[in-house]
Ligand binder design. Structure first.
Ligand code: PXP
Length: 237
């Protein structure tokens, strides 16, 4: 079964636009779970422009499903994750000022750094995932560095899906096979939507988890959160 992890950063962005506590991030996360999400993802950034550290601490004791914290492993992030101990940490190579993640790790160039960080999380009993492009060498180095999983950066799939779905998915299927042969679990995320999710799932049915934020929260404006989550889950069958 491929788990749907809802990235709730957009909910925090909406809340922060007005100060105050509307919408309430914890309530939305618990509602996502109630409506069928199998995980919650947050991406705290140093400037706290969406998810704040306090949100991460608030969420941890209340979530009943998989808690995934993603982000760049700066000392402050590492400290937060080690304190909160989520089910999974996903390492993302984004700079603090970046609007959103726009590439996977160069796991070869950053091999020593990633090995050290992964070791720290592995020793703390937190499952590790490394965000990578659909590139077999990057996946091989992620495995060597000690990752439990890789998260495939699916933006290139999403942008070319409309032109030629088979061509768009092919490198991802190849990459997922490489990861599977290395014993890595495979997650996927970025720009997945109701339009393109089922196709990648059908081509890589052994995906462990998809992490989806922007499109899902946008769809919820029209369909409501409950129906939207059901629709995304229907794409994973
Ligand atoms: N995975 C990672 C590592 C991300 O950084 C993001 C965006 O925060 C996502 C998944 C979700 O992407 P989207 O918001 O496009 O669904």
């Amino acid at each position: 079964m491929t788990k749907l992890s809802v990235n709730i950063n957009k909910i925090a962005t909406l809340r922060n636009a007005r100060g105050g506590d509307v919408p309430n991030v914890v309530k939305v996360a618990l509602d996502c779970e109630r409506f069928g999400a199998e995980g919650i993802t947050v991406h705290p950034r140093p400037d706290e422009r969406h998810i704040r550290k306090a949100d991460v601490y608030d969420l941890k004791p209340l979530l009943k499903t998989e808690f995934n914290i993603e982000g760049y492993p700066a000392p402050e992030f590492i400290d937060l994750v080690l304190k909160v101990k989520p089910h999974q940490v996903t390492l993302v190579p984004d700079s603090p000022v970046q609007l959103t993640s726009n590439s996977g790790w160069d796991t070869k160039s950053h091999y020593d750094f990633l090995s050290e960080v992964l070791d720290e999380f592995n020793n703390a009993g937190i499952r590790t995932s490394v965000f990578v492009a659909a590139d077999s060498q990057m996946i091989e180095y992620a495995a060597k560095a000690g990752a439990d999983r890789v998260e495939l950066y699916t933006e290139p799939y999403a942008t070319t899906y409309n032109v030629d779905p088979d061509k768009a998915v092919k490198p991802f299927v190849e990459a997922a096979k490489v990861a599977r042969n290395l014993g890595l679990g495979i997650n996927a995320g970025h720009d997945l939507s109701l339009a393109n999710l089922n196709f990648i799932y059908k081509n890589i049915p052994w995906l462990e988890e998809v992490s989806i934020g922007h499109a899902l929260i946008s769809d919820a404006l029209y369909m409501g959160l409950e129906k939207t989550i059901q629709e995304y889950k229907n794409c994973l069958r």
